[in-house]
Design a protein around this ligand. Structure first.
Ligand SMILES: Nc1ncnc2c1ncn2[C@@H]1O[C@H](COP(=O)(O)OP(=O)(O)OP(=O)(O)O)[C@@H](O)[C@H]1O
Length: 246
């Protein structure tokens, strides 16, 4: 399957991001944070709690412009950006299907979503309202909304946090199925090493705050080979390369 998204990779070169409180306290969240995600690659930003992962995503999403440095989003094809957060952020007065369709650009508003809803196990839930969904189902709806837009780049911020492990594992598989059908340049924040090893082509390992890159861990194996034995081997080689991380 041909990767989709830009011919230009996602390039991040953030020199510094400092939070300043009204009381004059400064917190340096990011310093010299540079990395690249290649076209059609699924990368994870892995780092300890509070190191600056969400801050990085917020900058890339254009939600925080108060930083020094630059970044380049993938170009070519669609110029859309999709994001999936810990909170599914669905409109409560709209059905699952309406929530997904409302996110679509005009040119895609009437597109056939049967395949996407089927893949994500949402075929029978299109007419439900968010209040009728479990957290796991709401997350699936958020994934459907993100993929339906056929984005050039997809940002995910711990989309499986606070789910029970069985539900999280099912969702990871669903994410892989829908992502594999259209391999979109993706950057996912997580502090779950196993999750990163299961999903990623490349793991970008961050140091403690202020976040900067400690190193890269490439997982070159196709995902369907990553069975429990292979995962144990990957975990071991990761820990050899990054002792004490995760
Ligand atoms: N609006 C803000 N004002 C001040 N400090 C902030 C603000 N947002 C984040 N920080 C601080 O910046 C640092 C990085 O926060 P960030 O949320 O990016 O970390 P994270 O790696 O995503 O953490 P976690 O894995 O726990 O979600 C933390 O010390 C946090 O307290």
């Amino acid at each position: 399957m041909q990767p989709v998204g830009g011919v230009v990779p996602l390039r991040v070169d953030i020199a510094e991001k400092i939070f300043r409180s009204a009381q004059g306290v400064s917190i340096k969240a990011l310093q010299d944070l540079s990395f690249e995600v290649r076209q059609g690659e699924f990368a994870c930003l892995l780092g300890p709690s509070g190191c600056g992962k969400t801050t990085t995503l917020r900058i890339l999403l254009g939600l925080d412009k108060d930083f020094s440095g630059s970044f380049q989003l993938p170009e070519g094809g669609s110029d859309r950006i999709a994001a999936v957060f810990q909170e599914p952020v669905l409109l409560p007065w709209r059905t699952v299907e309406q929530n997904v369709r409302l996110a679509l650009p005009k040119s895609l508003r009437t597109k056939n979503l049967d395949g996407l809803f089927d893949t994500l196990g949402l075929a029978g839930m299109r007419a439900l309202y968010p209040a009728e969904l479990s957290l796991g189902l709401a997350r699936r709806a958020a994934l459907a909304r993100a993929f339906a837009t056929e984005p050039a780049v997809l940002f995910l911020d711990e989309p499986f946090a606070s789910l029970d492990e069985r539900t999280a594992e099912r969702l990871r598989h669903l994410l892989l199925t829908v992502w594999s059908a259209r391999p979109t340049t993706a950057l996912m924040v997580t502090h779950n090493l196993r999750e990163a090893l299961m999903l990623s082509d490349r793991i970008i390992v961050l140091a403690q705050r202020p976040a900067h890159v400690l190193g890269m861990f490439d997982v070159r194996l196709p995902r369907h080979y990553r069975n429990s034995q292979v995962m144990s081997d990957l975990l071991r080689s990761f820990q050899q390369k990054f002792p004490g991380v995760a």
